[in-house]
Design a protein around this ligand. Sequence first.
Ligand code: GLU
Length: 419
Amino acid sequence: MQNMVDGVLYKNTVKTLTAVAESINLDKDVLVRLLKPRRAFIVSVPVRMDDHSIQVFDGYRVQHNQTLGPCKGGIRYHPSVNMTEVAALAMLMTFKNALLHLPLGGAKGGVCVDPSKLSETEMQGLTRRYTTEIHPFIGPERDIPAPDVGTSPQTMAWIMDTYSQKEGFSIPGVVTGKPLEIGGSLGRVSATGLGSIYALRAACEKTDRSLEGMKIAIQGFGNVGSHAAMSAHERGAKIVAVSDVIGGIHNSNGLDIPKLVEHYEKNRSLSDFPDTETLSNADLLELKCDALLPAALDSVIHEENADKIKAEIIVEGANGPVTGAADKILSENGKLIIPDILANGGGVIVSYFEWVQGLAAFFWTEEEVNHRLHSIITNAFDRVWSFSQSQKCTMRDAAMAVALRRLEAAMQLRGLYPR
Ligand code: GLU
């Protein structure tokens, strides 16, 4: 589940952006600005390891665009993190926020590290030093990080504390995805998974399918995959397979998801779960099912396996799980792909709610959060669906087109400084 070929996500993102810009006749001055990030930082992150030696990790933060509001996007801790990947992910955040009508720009950050190899103390040291290095460039009005692959509410708590210590007072608005006790929002942890199921349900309604009884395979059982599995299970779908980095499990009659979540929390492993057969991550993608939800890393569906995908609907829970070449093959095979900037938008939507609740110092119930999440995702889904139907294009191109039109209008209104 690695980003196999360096730069694939960046190349794909730029390719889609350029092709869609051309097809909708986007203002050329807007396109040239969107093709490059506004700012990109590389920082060294020295960490005192438990054996007292010092290791230096490479950290990144890319602020792609801030026309619509402060920059916003997660921080990723993973061995495949590099400047090219972070730049692509920052671009995707700009388009995601524009598509969802959030008053936010796009950013992403990360540290090239394998978090499973670090102790809790080392993780804390790494996070606090990384925050110190990017401190001048972040803040509730500037750039607001959040969790992503390999980071958690605890990571956000350390970032918030480090930033606040430097400023001399508490500033919860500097990050979202915080634990509830220090200003987090109800519903934030489950938001990305739940949002992806809201998007799938919207697709079912448009195509005369039903989520109830639908067979779904999910790659990844982290924050996105496990909550997507729970949300779909609660709505009557059958989760026939799930996997983590090690591999997956399968039962064509559906897995008992609440029990599996308990099992996974206890053992940190999917193996030995009763009434299941094991399968590899590659086999999970090719399984016979109605919907496939890749919720791990990018580029897992590529030119070589795209033809073997049997699911009719692909919901991009991860960022960029389908490469450009695979996208073409899948579309020719009549598959419906709900693109990442729509399907996994639930996370940043509830991050936005958390930021708003923090600024107002007034907190909402989980029902209010989920109700508003549902309305933003389904409205965005409708905009993308209508565009794709009227222009006879894929949902990915439609999502990009709708986002670009909004950015174009805003960039033209604000103009270029100094002239
Ligand atoms: N990392 C998530 C994403 O890719 C959430 C970003 C956020 O909440 O700011 O959308």
